[in-house]
Design a protein around this ligand. Structure first.
Ligand code: ZN
Length: 671
């Protein structure tokens, strides 16, 4: 509280921020940008006059982590005056709200701002609490709410958020100004209070009443369908599904619109997807209107995949995806036909996939979006299950869902920043705990990819991943089992793999005529066979997706320009160069590119600071001159190598190529 005082935030505003965070921290009440809160207070304007304002949640802020700038102050009197109007367009509403902001840099006030303004209570809280939704998302939801709450709340029939809903709520409040809150049919709940504490306590009490009501009486579980005796694993079907929901942007360019997939399979999810009536209740609509922008109006259902029969599953899933798109296009046409302002159809791909036996996938352009879709789908599953166990779930009508999905104010919540070139792709980098691997992962992440960082040293992998926001895992690339496990984890986390930078390596030395077999074989294990294991695992996932991919190998100048006593290192690297070309030849038809980077003289685990010191000394050079001893006279850094990997990941018309990053060394030039 004290920390806000200095920032010109008064006590009301600070308390408002505090209890908003309390509500936002409870996922059964509020999720991902849903819900909003307000307080009516006074602030001083530039000339020191007191102004009555409504501090109301700003659009785009998450209640769980809100700060005072996320609760912008709007002049209250001009807002209240609007109640006199018969109608007000959304555009005018947003314009007036923005025009009355005290700080013009604030985010747009919530789409439910006028509702907060029209009700003359000091603190107002609004949530889409699961228990309340499970109670009111039914044909008899209004009656049930009256039964449970009596005179403590007024019940408002469903109206889409905006001016009309604000007026209806004003009227419901004026009919009984003693109410503690409002229940909005098929939408959520509001609570009021003279203090932040009172509004919060009432919200909890009212939601608890709904929870208690749901716990009463006989509860029934859905009757499960019969599943195949042995099911395929989620990590086997994820790449197949990911491929099926991808759309080619331009086949000749090898560019696709892909999705990241997040898998969920808790007991409630499994009960739900295994229910015999899944097709009915899963298509019955959203739990609260604004969920539609995250989950689409209904999920995609695919058959339970039998182990060992993935081709049959893929064929049926393909049909299901095609039907989903056709249904979505028809839904759009049906409702766009009656829209006064014609809309532009959004992509017709699902955001939630239900798989009997295996659970559910949330889909999104990023891992974060996929997680949000999965969270919201789980909320919907919980609400539908609770409603169905003591009655029948019913959402708003399809037309009302369309109006919400295509409402400009809802679409604005999703943001429209241009996507980065590697957005929606998943990259795996080996040896990512080292300087070069970490730099590669960082460059791929910077351009939008979700990254999986593998390293023999688990701590190093996790530390590097934490720095850039990726998944860090222990992996011994010389063990096929360990590689398969790591790829399973990558697929389990993001749904697939599109780019692989096979970078892990280490240098062994010895005169080739005298070196012992054990050393040479050890080097071959890491500097050749590990690349083969990694590439095989990658190709298996990429082919299941059928959207191409990029294989990248870290070779070495040793592969083309052997140095004395570096045979044990150079020989397997030369084999890996040939391996890269073999993959280019064998998998070009699958749209998979295979390329290599030849880097030389980079400070890293292979060329430590001590080695630089001793080698430069031995040649009578300064460290700088030694490191920059190339045609360009420039030291090559790990970041330069990473840029080479990145450009080959982006190059969709180059395969079988070696990109040299060594500042110029004509003896190591490819010929
Ligand atoms: Zn709402």
């Amino acid at each position: 509280m004290k920390k806000y005082a200095g920032a010109g935030v008064n006590e009301d505003w600070a308390l408002r921020t505090y209890t908003t965070r309390l509500l936002g921290g409870e996922p059964r009440l509020v999720q991902h940008g849903g819900g909003n809160t307000s307080v009516k207070t006074t602030v001083k304007d530039q000339v020191g006059d007191s102004v009555e304002v409504l501090c109301v949640k700003g659009s785009g802020w998450d209640m769980a982590v809100i700060e005072p700038p996320g609760v912008p102050a709007v002049r209250l009197v001009p807002l209240i005056k609007l109640a006199k109007l018969k109608a007000l367009s959304d555009e005018d509403m947003v314009n007036i709200q923005r025009g009355n902001l005290i700080d013009s840099n604030s985010p747009n006030p919530s789409v439910e701002t006028l509702l907060h303004a029209f009700i003359p209570e000091k603190f107002i809280d609004h949530t889409h609490a699961n228990a309340v939704l499970a109670l009111v998302d039914r044909p008899d939801g209004e009656t049930l709410a009256r039964e449970v709450y009596g005179k403590r709340v007024s019940v408002v029939p469903y109206i889409m958020p905006g001016f009309a809903l604000a007026k209806a709520c004003k009227q419901a409040f004026e009919e009984n100004p003693k109410v503690e809150g409002l229940v909005l049919h098929k939408h959520g709940i509001f609570s009021f209070g003279r203090t932040a504490r009172e509004a919060y306590d009432r919200m909890i009490a009212l939601v608890t009443l709904a929870e208690e009501r749901l716990a009463e009486g006989k509860r029934s579980k859905p009757v499960p369908v019969k599943l195949p005796k042995k099911l395929a694993a989620p990590t086997e079907i994820a790449p197949v599904l990911r491929g099926l929901v991808s759309t080619p942007i331009d086949k000749n360019e090898g560019r696709w619109t892909r999705f990241i997939l997040e898998h969920r399979s808790g007991p409630r999810v499994l009960d739900y997807v295994n229910g015999g009536d899944l097709a009915r209740y899963s298509r019955a609509g959203v739990a609260t209107p604004d969920h539609v922008i995250r989950t689409k109006p209904w999920p995609l259902i695919v058959p339970a995949p039998e182990a060992g029969r993935l081709d049959a599953f893929a064929a049926e899933a393909r049909k299901a995806v095609e039907k989903y798109q056709a249904d979505y296009r028809a839904y759009f046409e049906r409702h766009n036909a009656r829209a006064i302002l014609k809309k532009k159809q959004l992509d017709p791909m699902p955001r939630v996939i239900l798989v009997p036996g295996l659970g559910m996938f949330g889909l999104g352009a990023t891992a974060k979006d996929a997680r949000i879709a999965a969270d919201i789908a789980e909320t919907c599953i919980s609400v539908v299950s609770d409603a169905e166990s003591t009655g029948r779930f019913e959402s708003i009508s399809e037309a009302e869902i369309f109006d919400m999905e295509y409402w400009s104010l809802e679409q604005a919540k999703l943001g429209k920043s241009a996507e980065k070139p590697l957005a929606r792709q998943v990259a795996v980098v080996t040896g990512a705990g080292g300087v070069i691997g970490a730099a590669i992962a960082s460059a791929l992440k910077r351009e939008g990819a979700e990254v999986v960082l593998l390293d023999l040293n688990a701590d190093a992998a996790r530390a590097a991943a934490k720095k850039i926001g990726g998944l860090g895992l222990e992996c011994d690339v010389t063990s096929r089992a360990s590689v398969d496990k790591a790829f399973d984890a990558a697929v389990g986390t993001y749904g697939g793999v599109d780019i692989v930078a096979s970078n892990a390596g280490a240098a062994w030395q010895g005169r080739i005529g005298e070196v012992d077999d054990a050393t040479l074989r050890k080097s071959f294990e890491l500097n050749f066979f590990a690349h083969q294991s990694v590439a095989q695992a990658a190709v298996r996932v990429m082919r299941a997706q059928a959207t191409g991919g990029a294989l990248l190998f870290n070779v070495s100048k040793q592969a083309v320009n052997p140095g004395p006593n570096f045979g044990p290192y150079g020989l397997p690297k030369a084999a890996t160069l040939a391996l890269m070309r073999q993959y280019a030849v064998d998998y070009g038809q699958d749209g998979i590119t295979s390329n290599a980077v030849n880097a030389d003289r980079i400070r890293s685990g292979l060329l430590t600071d001590e080695m630089v010191k001793s080698r430069s000394k031995a040649r009578g050079l300064s460290e700088r001159d030694y490191m920059a001893g190339n045609l360009l006279g420039r030291e090559v850094r790990a970041e330069d190598v990473a840029e080479a990997f990145l450009s080959l990941a982006l190059a969709r018309k180059t395969t079988g190529a070696v990109l040299t990053v060594d500042g110029g060394n004509i003896a190591a030039a490819m010929r």
